[in-house]
Every structure is written in C-alpha cells, then in structure tokens.
Design a protein around this ligand. Sequence first.
Ligand code: COA
Length: 190
Amino acid sequence: MNGSEPTVVGIAHQMAGSTVRLRPVTEDDLEMMRRFAVEPGLIGLDWAGFRDAAAPARRFAENGYLGEQIGGLIVQVEPSADSRAGYVSYLQRQNGGRAPYWEIGIVLLPEWRGQGFGWRAQALFCDYLFSHTPAQRIQASTHAENAAEQRSLEKAGFQLEGVVRACEFRAGAWRDGWLYSRLRDDPSPL
Ligand SMILES: CC(C)(COP(=O)(O)OP(=O)(O)OC[C@H]1O[C@@H](n2cnc3c(N)ncnc32)[C@H](O)[C@@H]1OP(=O)(O)O)[C@@H](O)C(=O)NCCC(=O)NCCS
C-alpha cells in the first residue's frame, strides 16, 4: 500500500492460505439468497418456514441490500472457484435515547462451516460497522443449542450478556435466546 491509500477497515482478513472478504450483494448472489428463503433448514435453526423467494430480487432492486437501517454483505472466501460462502446481516435497533445500535446475524452455506470463516466474518463485520458508524454496541443473539455460533461469537470478541427468556417461537415452542454483545472499546480479535 502506498502512503496515499486509505486504510480500509473490516472488509478482508487473511488467514492460512485464504482471505475472508465482505462485499456488497450482486445480482449473481440472488440465487443463494432465494435458497435461504425456500430450502428448509439451510439457514440453520433460524429456519421459520418458507419465505417469499421473490423478496431478494426486490430488496436488491431497492437498495442493493445496503439500507441505512437494514441490510447485509456477502461473505467471500478466496481463492476458490465458487467463493460465495454466506451472508452477514445488520439491523438497526434502539432502546431509549436517540442513538441506535446494531444487531447482526450470519449464515454460511453448509460446505463452508467449521473452518474458521464464521468467527472471522463476524469479527470483520464488527470492525467494519464500528469503522463506518458511530455505534457503541453491536449485539447478536443465538440459541441455547447453537454451540457453533456461541463459540464463534466469543472468538469474534463478543461477551454473553444473558438469557432472554421465551423470546422466539421456533420449531413448535417458545424458546430462550442467548444475548451477546461487542462494544466499541472491546478489543478486536483480528
Ligand atoms: C454459526 C456459524 C456462523 C459458525 O461459523 P463456522 O465457520 O461454522 O464456525 P468457525 O469455524 O468460525 O468456528 C468457531 C468456533 O466454533 C467451534 N465450532 C464450530 N462448529 C461447531 C459445532 N458444530 N459445535 C461446536 N463447536 C463448533 C469451532 O471449533 C471454533 O472454536 P475453537 O476455535 O475453539 O475450536 C456457521 O456454522 C453457520 O452459518 N451455521 C448455520 C447458521 C447459523 O447457525 N447462524 C447463526 C444463527 S444465530
């Protein structure tokens, strides 16, 4: 990098032999987004029945999945012939006061799981959001039985805040959520 180039925070991270990169959704990604909507269980425990398969194209046409309050980025792993590994999402939320925080989510395609990409993508995504927005807090919630996401969030610099009781109706029952956060001043693991 020469001295005049800006430092771009939170879009790529190199690991042994691979680079994990976050980038905007393109038209070619819409097939994966449609699969998430209509393939039972592909998104993991968050599967809540069939969703509108035409919605991804509408969202893409509206703002390229880059809305001010809701949107997401593609997780890409290079070098790979088909490097599209999954998707990370952001949603603006607010308690009292006037300053919002972010809630993030992630899904990797099954063939990309368990190789160290999930925690890195979430850590990168936090660095990206903290770099480009003044948010103080990023939160993420997961399920009691989702050991992979619990560990992945911890490795991405999140701390468990507690159990939110009966917060989601899923697979025929009301279930607890595990709430995690990473604050701006918490160290980035990258
Ligand atoms: C959850 C998810 C994002 C995690 O990403 P990943 O790439 O699979 O996880 P990583 O390879 O980064 O692993 C991070 C840590 O979790 C551990 N881990 C991974 N899969 C695990 C599993 N199935 N059970 C227990 N621990 C697991 C890893 O060993 C690693 O910890 P370690 O370094 O101490 O060994 C990914 O598995 C996924 O997309 N799952 C389906 C969708 C989902 O559940 N999204 C979250 C909804 S709340």
